[in-house]
Design a protein around this ligand. Structure first.
Ligand code: UDX
Length: 433
C-alpha cells in the first residue's frame, strides 16, 4: 500500500514509521521545514524509545520518506492519514480542528484516483462528516472514502503499542475504504490483534470514551488513596485487591499526583464540550476533570505539610518533571502545579529530570535545574519524587540522607517501600499509604 501521513508530530511519525516497517511505502508530510530537514538528517524531533532506529531502518530500505510538499506526498497514495494536532481551543476547551480541516482541503486537491482519507488525530464526533464535506467541496470530481482510525499509543511505549495493540478501531461506511484499511493493518493479524470495524461516529467516540474511562480509573484510585490515608489503609493493597477482579483489571490503578500529558486533560475536556453540545451531560467525567485539577496543587500542599507547614526560605529537591517517565513531555505535568505551589509558599526548588529539562525550562521559571539527581538533592531540606523514572527507584538512601538538611522524603508515586526508607531514618510521606 502507498500511504501518506500528514503531520510528523508524535502520532504521525510513530504511525508512519510503523506502517513502513509493516512493508508499506510511506511518505510523511509536514509544513515545518526544520522538522523535515532534521528527519532527512536522521534526527528525530521527539523522544520516543526505539523510534530513531525504526526510522533509520525504513529510510534505508526506501520505504519511508519525508517531504514538506503535501501534493507530492499525497499523489498516488491509497490512503492519507491526517495526524495533525487538535489542541484545546483557547477560551472554550473545544478541540481546535482548523489544522485537520486545512489538511483535508489540501489533500482533496492533491489526491489522484480512489483515496481513503483517514483521521488519526483525536477528533470530536462528527468531524469525519465535515472532512467528507470539505473533500467534496474542494474536489467535486474526487473519489474519496473517509475513515476514522483513532490511535491508542502511550508515549514511551508507542512503537510496541502500535505493533502489538489490544485492538485497532476502524470506523467507516464505504466498503472500498474499509478494504484498504484491512489491507493496511493485515500485518497485525500475525500478532492476533483484533481490528474492530464500526461506524465512523462510533470510532470517533471510542477514542474519547476510552481516554475518559482511563482518566476516571486513575482519579477513582486517587480519591480512594485519600480515604486510605484517613482510615489507615494502604492504597496499593486495595488496588491489588480490586484489580485482580477481571471485571476491574489491575492496570491504571496506581495512585499518584494526578494524570497529565497531552491526551487525558485535553480529551476529557473535549468530551465534556461535545456532551454539552449534544445535551448528554457526562457528570462522571466532569467530576474527574475537576478532582484531577485540584489534586495537582493539593500534592504541593502535601509536600508543604510534610515539611512542617512552613517552607518559606527552604529548598526542595524535586526529582522527575515530565508527566510520566520515558518521555520529555511536560504538557500538563503534575510537577508544574507541585512546583508552583511550593514556590508560591516561598520555597526554592532544585530539580532534575532525565529527559525533560529542556521542556521544563520553557514552562517553569525560577527553578535551579541540576545535572543529576544527587546534585538536585545536595543541600535541600526535603526530597520529593514527582515522576517515577527508573533512575529514581534505587537511590543510595544513605547518601541522600547525608545530603539533605532534614531526612524528609515525599514519594508522590509510591516507588519506595515504607519500611526500607524508614529504616534508613527518613520521615516518609507517600500517597494513600
Ligand atoms: C494516554 C493513553 O494511555 C493512550 O491510549 C492515548 O492514546 C493517549 O493518552 P499517555 O498520555 O502517553 O497515553 O500516558 P499514560 O501512560 O496513559 O499516562 C497518562 C497519565 O496518567 C500520566 O500522567 C500517568 O502518570 C498517569 N497515570 C497512569 C497514573 O497516575 N496512574 C496510573 O495508574 C496510570
Amino acid at each position: 500500500m502507498r500511504i501518506a501521513v500528514i503531520g510528523t508530530g508524535y502520532v504521525g511519525l510513530v504511525s508512519g514509521a510503523c506502517f513502513s516497517d509493516f512493508g508499506h511505502h510511506v511518505v510523511c508530510v509536514d509544513k515545518d521545514e526544520s522538522k523535515i530537514a532534521a528527519l532527512h538528517e536522521g534526527r528525530i524531533p521527539i523522544f520516543e524509545p526505539g523510534l530513531d532506529a525504526l526510522v533509520d531502518t525504513n529510510v534505508k530500505a526506501g520505504r519511508l520518506e519525508f517531504t514538506t510538499d503535501l501534493a507530492e506526498g499525497v499523489k498516488g497514495a491509497d490512503a492519507v492519514f491526517i495526524a495533525v494536532g487538535t489542541p484545546s481551543r483557547r477560551g472554550d476547551g473545544h478541540a481546535d480542528l482548523s489544522y485537520v480541516y486545512a489538511a483535508a482541503a489540501d489533500v482533496a486537491k492533491a489526491a489522484e484516483g480512489f483515496t481513503v482519507v483517514v483521521t488519526k488525530s483525536t477528533v470530536p464526533v462528527g468531524t469525519g462528516d465535515e472532512v467528507e464535506r470539505i473533500l467534496r467541496e474542494a474536489n467535486p470530481s474526487g473519489d474519496f472514502a473517509v475513515v476514522s482510525n483513532p490511535e491508542f499509543l502511550r508515549e514511551g511505549a508507542a512503537i510496541d503499542d502500535f505493533k502489538r495493540p489490544d485492538r485497532v478501531v476502524v470506523g467507516g461506511h464505504d466498503e472500498r475504504g474499509m478494504a484498504v484499511m484491512r489491507e493496511i493493518y493485515r500485518p497485525l493479524s500475525l500478532n492476533r490483534a483484533p481490528v474492530i470495524e464500526m461506524s465512523r461516529r462510533g470510532a470517533e467516540l471510542t477514542k474519547y470514551a476510552g481516554n475518559a474511562f482511563l482518566a476516571t480509573k486513575i482519579t477513582f484510585i486517587n480519591e480512594i488513596a485519600d480515604l486510605c490515608e484517613k482510615v489507615g489503609a494502604d492504597v496499593q493493597e486495595v488496588a491489588r485487591g480490586i484489580g485482580l477482579d477481571n471485571r476491574i483489571g489491575s492496570k491504571f490503578l496506581h495512585a499518584g499526583p494526578g494524570y497529565g500529558g497531552s491526551c487525558f486533560p485535553k480529551d476529557t475536556l473535549a468530551l465534556l464540550k461535545t456532551s454539552q453540545d449534544y445535551e448528554a451531560p457526562q457528570r462522571i467525567v466532569e467530576a474527574v476533570v475537576s478532582v484531577n485539577d485540584n489534586r495537582k496543587r493539593a500534592m504541593g500542599r502535601k509536600v508543604i505539610a510534610a515539611m512542617g507547614d512552613d517552607v518559606r526560605g527552604k529548598t526542595v529537591a524535586v526529582l522527575g518533571l515530565t508527566f510520566k517517565p520515558n518521555t520529555d513531555d511536560m504538557r500538563d505535568s503534575p510537577a508544574i502545579a507541585v512546583i508552583q505551589t511550593l514556590q508560591d509558599a516561598g520555597a526554592q526548588v532544585q530539580a532534575y529530570d532525565p529527559e525533560g529539562m529542556e521542556q521544563a525550562r520553557k514552562v517553569l521559571d525560577n527553578v535551579t535545574y541540576c545535572d543529576g539527581a544527587y546534585q538536585a538533592i545536595e543541600g535541600a531540606d526535603a526530597l520529593v519524587i514527582v515522576t517515577e523514572w527508573d533512575a529514581f527507584r534505587a537511590l543510595d538512601l544513605k547518601r541522600v540522607k547525608s545530603m539533605l538538611s532534614q531526612p524528609i522524603l515525599v514519594d508522590l508515586r509510591n516507588i519506595y517501600p515504607r519500611d526500607v526508607v524508614e529504616r534508613e531514618g527518613f520521615v516518609y510521606t507517600a500517597v494513600g499509604r
